[in-house]
Design a protein around this ligand. Sequence first.
Ligand code: SF4
Length: 211
Amino acid sequence: MKINEIFKSIQGETSYAGLPCIFIRITGCNLRCSYCDTTYAFEDGKEMSINSIIESVDTLRSKLVCVTGGEPLFNIETPYLITELINKKHTVMVETNGSCDISIISKEAIKIMDIKCPDSYMTHLMNWKNIEYLSKIDEVKFVLNSRNDYDWAKDIIKKYNLSEITNVLIGTVFGTTYPKNVVKWILEDDLNVRFQLQLHKYIWEPDTRGV
Ligand code: SF4
C-alpha cells in the first residue's frame, strides 16, 4: 500500500490531544475539501507492505497509533493494517472523512469521523449510514468555516442525536472563523460538544509536515 509518511509526534486533535502518537499517513483521497491542508497526501508516497509498516511503527515506540490520510479507507488494505496494529496491542485511531464505509474496520479501532460542513463543498458525499456504526469510543468532527457551517452542524447534531451516541468535536478551519466566536455560539446554545484547536499548528508553523 502507498504510504505518504510515518512519524511520531503528539496528537494535535480529538480528546487524545497532547498524547504521544505515531501517525501513518496513507496516500490518496476521494474528496477535495475547499480547505484541505494535506494535499501533499493525494499522490506522493512509497509502496510499503503491511509488515514493513509495522516494523517502522515498532522502531518509533508508542502505544497510540493514528491511521490518517488523505483518506485511509480509500485504500482497500487499510482494514488489514488496522487489525494488525490492534493485534500488536496498539490503541488505534482512524481519522476518516465520513464518505467511506466505516463498518469494514475493527470495532476496537477508535473512529474519528469528519462530517463535512457546507463550506467544504463535500457535504453531498457524506455516507450518513456511517452514523449507525459509531459508538461511545468514537468521535465525530465538524470543521467550521462560517456561521452557516455552525448552524448546519448544530442541526445535524440534533437530527442524529450525536452527543448521545458518540463524542462530538467542533473546530475551525485554521486561520479563518475566529475560535472565540464559535466558543461563544456553543455556550449560548448549550451544545454538548468538545471545542478543539489543532494543537500542532500552534506548536509548529502551520504548514510544517511530519509533526
Ligand atoms: S478529506 Fe481530508 S485529505 Fe481529503 S480533501 Fe478533505 S481535508 Fe483533504
